[in-house]
Write a protein that binds this ligand. Structure first.
Ligand SMILES: [Zn+2]
Length: 401
């Protein structure tokens, strides 16, 4: 199959005018001007016309479990109140509800041009019943704050279900809900099995207050449900995460990092540990979190990605909308750099960039995950990409339409 478009945005050099790709099976096998590609390849020709062909978008952090909670939880006074509110909503849901929630979430993400999602699920046992229409990294979200099981038992149980998925990883939920044992157990498995790890870190002022000061609404809430609070009072969340016996060279995918003190930035500057950091601009706005320290983290050379988080705190699963919100928050950043945050950068976080995988760019040998959007042919191509509002016109995932 040969796909021709007005412009091919490879994210690997300049866009190609009147360009084309050749696809065989699930891979891109050729790329160039339409005439070149047509001369070198045979097969059906799909002419997309006045469109830009783009790599499919990659959502680096999402909880499709909570698609059905869209609009159910208004913003709360405190983060602890929000946890109470979502727990109350979750108590009303059955396994069947979660199955349809995840299925609807996949459909919505796909409609807005997402071809790969890093999806955290609290229910890995449902994976066997779900057909993902897009490429999915399934992360089991693990919480042991109320668990009667040992950390390794909890992880082993999740892995039994995760192994049914092509791509999987582990997600100890956050420092306030997952024990140091659970984090260490996940790191050991990641090292042994080369799987990915993700977690939530330094999201809210209450999390900072809990760990640094040993007080506040989240501290009180976690204490009330029986958490051992002896790790609180004295260390920021980031220092606790980097510090406590975690010395393995695992590259964590870290969601949030909103709350960082000056000592945290010193720590990050000195540390050889680099994270992939995921920021969800619209969910961030919903929670009215502290300013995301984009410039500081970029100066420290962290790999920065955009994501939607879940519909419990967002309006849609459109990464285009996330790019636009982020552009409003960081007007000095060029739109091509913003587009990297939903293509090249998350591919690197998922170990799928050119040195180890094949996503986030249009290159021979890469996966045929492609989308197209209208393109006027003007000079502001990336501005037009970021401005796209609404569903996309055309896509292939894994070589199939
Ligand atoms: Zn999350």
């Amino acid at each position: 199959m040969i796909v021709r478009a007005r412009t091919v945005v490879t994210m690997d050099g300049a866009p190609i005018e009147n360009g084309a790709v050749a696809i065989s099976g699930n891979r891109i096998i050729d790329l160039g001007s339409f005439d070149e590609v047509k001369g070198r390849n045979s097969g059906e020709i799909i002419d997309l016309g006045e469109q830009a062909l783009l790599p499919g978008l990659i959502n680096a952090h999402c909880h499709l479990d909570y698609t059905c909670l869209h609009g159910k939880i208004p913003p709360q006074k405190s983060f602890a109140d929000w946890i109470r509110a979502i727990n109350a909503e979750k108590a009303k849901l059955s396994g069947t509800d979660y199955l349809s929630s995840i299925t609807e979430g996949f459909a919505e993400a796909k409609r807005f041009g997402t071809t790969t999602v890093a999806n955290l699920t609290a229910f890995p046992e449902l994976i066997s019943q779900i057909h993902s229409p897009i490429r999915t990294w399934w992360f089991a979200e693990l919480i042991d704050v109320r668990s009667l099981e040992q950390a390794n038992e909890l992880v082993d149980l999740a892995i039994e279900s995760l192994r049914l998925a092509e791509n999987w990883g582990l997600a100890p939920h956050a420092l306030f809900t997952a024990s140091p044992d659970l984090y260490r157990c996940c790191e050991e498995i990641a090292r042994r099995e080369s799987i990915l790890l993700t977690t939530h870190l330094a999201e809210s002022p209450e999390e900072m207050e809990m760990f640094r000061d040993g007080s506040g609404a989240l501290y009180d809430f976690m204490k009330s449900i029986g958490r051992d609070m002896s790790d609180c009072g004295g260390m920021t969340p980031l220092a606790a995460f980097i510090g406590v016996g975690r010395v393995l060279p695992t590259e964590w995918i870290v969601a949030h990092l909103n709350e960082l003190t000056e000592s945290d930035f010193d720590l990050l500057g000195r540390s050889t540990r680099k994270f992939h950091v995921v920021h969800s601009p619209r969910s961030h706005g919903y929670f009215a979190h502290s300013r995301f320290p984009f410039k500081e983290l970029r100066a420290l050379k962290f790999n920065l990605c955009l994501a939607t988080d879940s519909l419990a705190s967002n309006e849609s699963l459109s990464l285009f909308a996330e790019m636009r919100t982020f552009q409003r928050n960081e007007p000095g950043l060029s739109p091509d750099k913003i587009f990297e945050m939903v293509t090249v950068n998350p591919a690197l976080a998922l170990h799928q960039s050119r040195h180890g995988g094949a996503l986030g760019q249009i290159r021979p040998g890469f996966q045929a995950d492609l989308i197209s959007i209208p393109c006027s042919g003007g000079t502001n191509l990336f501005e037009e990409i970021v401005a796209l509002d609404g569903p996309i016109d055309w896509m292939v995932v894994n070589g199939s339409m």
